[in-house]
Design a binder for this molecule. Structure first.
Ligand code: AHR
Length: 523
């Protein structure tokens, strides 16, 4: 399982070969060992990494909303108007920029008027997608927008196309944003909110190729135009309308949507889950083959974003329409003994690497990718936070989001990476993955991943077009590739100071530990 020293250029062509899951031979003719080398062009940064790439997703699913966020004002768990204080504080530390809600599949059977008014009078419903449990609608529009205000993040609401009406969608936006006298604004005031909220991001349906109505691309494109027409801008509020985009590699869906409805949308939403291991679906009991398989699947995001962007370029060469990856992440088997419909999974160092490489990919594509929302914030899928009644732990994925806050709204610095492969059997992937940016204060940040769990990696970095200042670093790793945090041992995987580097005239040399995420900063 050694990393074979071959050359891998961080070029589109090379990375595209990863997407198919069958990496082609590396381009280099080099026969001997090749040094890992990163060249950062500090004078060529053109694009801004939209902080919304570091966005999140919270659905009425399992224990994400109820227990994870909402405990109710009468709960002994410290809360503000029913919303957990510990969770809000933790999410503020990762500067959560935007939160998508209420689904997911749930969005296309959610009727928002059931979730307003006195809580004890709200109707209940069956959450048919997720465990068949009774939804009491105690967390609705006011509670979600209160959460966003407490977090200081932008709300991103997904409307119901699958089983809702156009009028219902139109009235929801009026209820939230209309500043004046109108039936919906008056209802909002009656329910305790005098001032309208600002609502920028609005999704017109979710996965309408699947749980959102099993529509064809052509049918949905027409439906999108009908529904989106009535999503109005009231007062100074401007809605950024997001259409349901493709499932993984469905490039035809992107083509039809861009051709038929591209002019009516501001964003197109791609969904891609990178699955789990091949032999084991467990989040924490897996071997190296599963580690490799999972990371190779995560790297496939490069191919998807590249090819969907190319398709979008065909109809929108000015890149007006954003690619919004509003569901992504790892999807393991649920933890033993938990409700299979609740999608509760643990989160290991492997998930941290999934997050780190995916975020590096989004950074690299920030000319087209303007938002992404990992699924899901708390207690569901690749979560930031796990809760058990009053207890809360931070996952390895949370720590990656915290380390990567330095990239929020920073200027992407183009970089070339030449690196060894990490091989398992006949398969290989690039062992290293990176992105670089310059923040508003002028500091330069480099985030690097060593995907090889067996060997450290020496990397030489050359900074071109800027003078290297004082260098410091942080690292996230664990003794085992399955390392994870539990309620008993909440700090098994957490970032520490990184010292294995040497500043050089041109940049630095660093030794990335096996299976690690490293963030370096030049002051
Ligand atoms: O995130 C879980 C589910 O995955 C969402 O509800 C759905 O949109 C997707 O299939």
């Amino acid at each position: 399982m050694n990393a074979k020293q071959s050359c891998f250029l961080f070029s589109l062509a090379s990375l595209l070969s990863l997407g198919a899951g069958q990496p082609q031979a590396a381009e280099s003719q080099t026969t001997g060992p090749v040094a890992n080398k990163l060249v950062i062009h500090a004078d060529r940064g053109k694009e801004t990494i939209n902080r919304n790439i570091y966005g999140h997703f919270s659905e009425h699913l399992g224990r994400c909303i109820y227990e994870g966020i909402w405990v109710g004002a009468g709960s002994p768990i410290p809360n503000t108007r029913g919303i957990r204080n510990d969770v809000v504080e933790a999410l503020k530390r990762i500067k959560i920029p935007v939160l998508r809600w209420p689904g997911g599949c749930f969005a296309d059977e959610y009727h928002w008027q059931d979730g307003i008014g006195p809580r004890d009078q709200r109707p209940t419903m069956i959450n048919t997608h997720w465990g068949g449990v009774t939804e009491n609608n105690h967390f609705g529009t006011h509670e979600f927008l209160d959460l966003c205000e407490q977090l200081g993040c932008e709300p991103y609401i997904c409307g119901n196309v699958g089983s809702g009406t156009i009028q219902e969608m139109q009235q929801w936006v009026e209820y939230i944003t209309f500043d004046g006298v109108s039936p919906m604004a008056d209802l909002r005031k009656k329910n305790g909110r005098e001032q309208p909220w600002k609502l920028r991001y609005f999704g017109v349906g979710n996965e309408n190729w699947g749980c959102g109505g099993h529509m064809t691309a052509e049918y949905y494109a027409d439906q999108y135009k009908r529904y989106a027409t009535y999503v109005r801008n009231f007062g100074s509020n401007r809605v950024f309308k997001i259409a349901c985009g493709p499932n993984g590699s469905d490039y035809r869906w992107t083509e039809v949507l861009m051709r038929e409805a591209g002019r009516q949308m501001a964003g197109l939403a791609l969904h891609y889950y990178c699955g789990t291991g091949r032999k084991s679906r467990s989040a924490t009991a897996f071997g190296e083959e599963d580690w490799f398989h999972q990371l190779r699947s995560a790297l496939r995001m490069e191919e998807l974003v590249t090819k969907h962007s190319e398709m979008m370029d065909k109809y929108d060469p000015q890149k007006r329409v954003a690619l919004i990856v509003d569901e992504w992440g790892a999807w393991h088997a649920v933890e033993p003994g938990t409700n299979p419909g609740f999608l509760y999974q643990q989160n290991s160092l492997r998930d941290a690497l999934v997050a780190a490489v995916t975020l590096n990919i989004f950074n690299q594509h920030c000319d087209r990718v303007k938002m992404a929302n990992i699924a899901q914030t708390i207690n569901v899928l690749q979560a930031m936070i796990l809760t058990d009644k009053e207890k809360m732990i931070l996952t390895p994925t949370y720590h990656v989001f915290e380390m990567y806050t330095v990239h929020h709204d920073a200027n992407l610095l183009p970089a070339e990476l030449q690196c060894a492969d990490y091989e398992v059997g006949q398969d290989k992937i690039p062992a290293i993955n990176a992105s670089a940016s310059r923040d508003k204060a002028g500091k330069i940040h480099v985030t690097l991943c060593n995907l090889n769990p067996n060997a450290p990696a020496e990397v030489t970095c050359e900074l071109q077009g800027a003078k290297a200042g004082h260098l410091s670093g942080r690292v996230l790793t664990a003794s085992a590739m399955t390392g994870h945090n539990t309620f008993e041992k909440p700090q098994t995987v957490q970032p520490g100071e990184f010292k294995a580097f040497k500043a050089t005239e041109a940049g630095f040399t660093a030794t990335l530990p096996a299976k690690s995420v490293v963030a370096l900063e030049w002051n």
